[in-house]
Each structure stands twice: as C-alpha cells, then as structure tokens.
Design a protein around this ligand. Sequence first.
Ligand SMILES: Nc1ncnc2c1ncn2[C@@H]1O[C@H](COP(=O)(O)OP(=O)(O)OP(=O)(O)O)[C@@H](O)[C@H]1O
Length: 414
Amino acid sequence: MDPPPPSSRSWSIYGRSEITQRYEILERIGYGAYADVYRARRRSDGVVVALKEVHDHDSSFREIDALQILQDAPHVVDLLEYFWQDDKDAVLVLEFVPTDLASVICDAKRGGGIAVGEVKRCMLQILRGVGACHRNAVVHRDLKPSNLLISAEGVLKLADFGQVSSGIPSQVVVTSCQGYFRKLDLSQRTVVRINKVQRMRHGYHNSLQRCRRETSHGQMDPKTRLLSINEDEYLRELDGLKANYAMEDTDKEMSLQDCDASCLATCSTGDVEDDPFKGSYTYEFLEVEEDDESGALTPGISDIDQLGKIISVLGGLTEETWTGCSKLPDYNKIFFSKVDNPIGLEACLQNRSAAEVNLVRRLLCYDPASRVSAVDLLQDRYFAEEPLPAPVDELRVPSIKDGHDESSPGEWAD
Ligand SMILES: Nc1ncnc2c1ncn2[C@@H]1O[C@H](COP(=O)(O)OP(=O)(O)OP(=O)(O)O)[C@@H](O)[C@H]1O
C-alpha cells in the first residue's frame, strides 16, 4: 500500500490544540513516506524543535519505542516528548537538527569533494550510532544519507526510526516476558543479555501504556499476562530469566547479532513481503543509470537486484562462502546467475588504499558471524592511518539544508 502523497494528507497537526498551545509551528521542512516534519518553536522557552507527524500507528510506535530506548545515545536524535491522537497519528517532538549527510554530499560535490579526514569522522559517528542501536537490539533498517542528520557543530545523529526492527516487537512485548525472551533466542555474551534486560525494565511503562490502549480498543490478546503483574513482579521475573540464561549454553543461534554492522542487509524477502513499508524500500533508486563511469554510486534498483550486484563481485552464495546458508528460509527460492569469475573487491575499488579495501571486505562479508561489528570497526586501522579523522568541529557543514533531490542518488559523488 503506497502512502498518500503529502499534499492530500490532512494537516491535522494545526488542529491539535495540545500541540499548538505548546509549540508555534513555523514551516514544513520535510516529508517522507508516512510523515510530515515541521520546524516549530517551544512557546515556554523559544527552543526550536522538529515536530514529526507520523500518519501510521505501527511506524509511530516503533519510532517512539526505539528513540526511548536510545535516549542517552549521543549519535541518535533526541525525542523530547510525543503526542498520540486517536491511537493513529502521533506527533514526535524531536531536537531540531539543521542539515543531513545528503546535503553535505551535495554541497561537497559542488565545492570540490569531502576530505578523507572528514569522511572518517562521519563514519566514526555513524558507527557509534549504529553500535548504540545494536547494543540495544535495535536494527535501523533505513540508513541512508538523508536519515543521518548533522548539527551545526558537526555532530551526526541517526534519525527516522520508523522502519526499525527492535528486540521488543510490539506484539511480543505485551504477551509475556517469557515469550519475549524465547522469541529473541538469547545467547552469546552476557553483556548482551544484561543490556536486553535493562531494555525490558525501560520498556515496562511503554508496554503497559500500549496494553491499556489495546485493551480499550478490544485488540488485546486474552492470554496477555503483563497487565496482571505489577512492576516489581515483572522485574523479578526478568531477573529470574537473566539468571537462567546465564547458566545456559551460549552457543544458540541468535536472531540479532550483537552490534552487527550489517545495517543495510537485514531483511529477508519474507520480511519485505510482510512489510507495509515495502513500497518505500526502492522507490528512490529507480532512476539510477546502470553504467555510470564517473565513479558515482550505482545502487541496485531493488533489494534483489542489489544482492545480484553483490554476488557478481563476491561470488555466489554457497556453503563454502557461508556455512549454513542453504538452511536460510529463502534459500533456493530466488536464483541468481551463476558467477564463475567474480569481479572481486580490489577490482571494484581501484586506487584505494589497502586499509580501505580491507574495511569494505570486513563489512561486505556474507557470513554474519564473520562480519565485523560496528563497535569493532571503530578500531579498524583505516581510522588510525593518515589522514586521521578530522575533529568534529572542523567538519564543513552547510549552513542550511540543501534542497537535494533524493531521487537521484546516482548523482552523489563517490
Ligand atoms: N529532527 C529533525 N530535525 C530537522 N529535520 C528533520 C528532523 N527529522 C526529520 N527531518 C526532516 O524531515 C525529513 C523526513 O523525516 P523522516 O525521514 O524522519 O520521515 P519519514 O516519513 O520516516 O521518511 P522516509 O520516507 O525517508 O522514511 C527528513 O529527511 C529531514 O529532512
């Protein structure tokens, strides 16, 4: 289902007195598949904020949930407060961040490029933001330059968590904590379990709020247990679960790799089929020229096409390249042309330093267990080599947001 074009949406935010009493709406500054974003001034102290009016319940819920979980992460946009209306439209009050990486790239293209030191500083900030997400079992699933906001001081912040996949799926968290832990199939390092338990503590009040809303709308699963236990019991149960898991075998397969940096490759085709956002995954790449010799980015025209491109470089997906891949749910459902002589990363990355090629190799690795995590990538030698990452306050940030055209990512400089 495609979202309605922005012009045909009801601009309900202007009619919501609980918002307009507190905020003076200045102008609409952006829109996306399911949201309109306004610049506004908080009447009490004059602070400028962004009001994001989201026209989709699940997207709103996911974004609020994720931003609350990540509230202390310095490279994630701050959620100041939020308002619900009729359990459908939500308005998120976000810190206002004036520009984004897409604008920086457009600006750099006109002004002679981005220095390697600046690229490194941006990458480090992205990795810290992604690392914070993955530490909290949050997978962004929509990372792209226009969703990487940049403050006037050069601080980069992940935004737009509407497509997030989090360790607390809304249906699961309200049914029971036991089910939640089973669903997550907790394993691996103790630190991951402790983080998840902390998240559950944090998530308790949100879950309860949602339970109440759903109960009042008659949507609640009758088996729901959370409403019948108080917070202390709930936390005791979590501690019990934590202790049990600490004693268990740690080799179980995990649905979410701790801090896995594969932020762009996390949905199976099954996910896409079920996903109400599937129309928004690819629409902006449709106009891209296939053979651009200028060195500009040439993204695939769909997720499957993108996989085909990766396979042509790295070779086919086999048990040799990824042990266990034949057991994946969609294996043998989609067929790619056989690649006898994969191009190889070096050939694609000519004139790049060994450290740069190595960094890409660590990221573009089929087997998720061997793929580098965001946090580990921070220590990569690429960042320790000259030119060193530029200081944050030396990043050149366009003073105002560029009117970049997101339909033309092929135009972005390499
Ligand atoms: N906190 C913010 N400060 C300033 N501008 C913002 C902020 N959040 C969003 N914007 C602007 O609004 C635009 C749309 O916001 P956002 O990407 O969150 O909406 P969306 O509907 O989820 O988008 P998409 O269709 O890309 O998923 C952004 O590209 C950005 O230009």
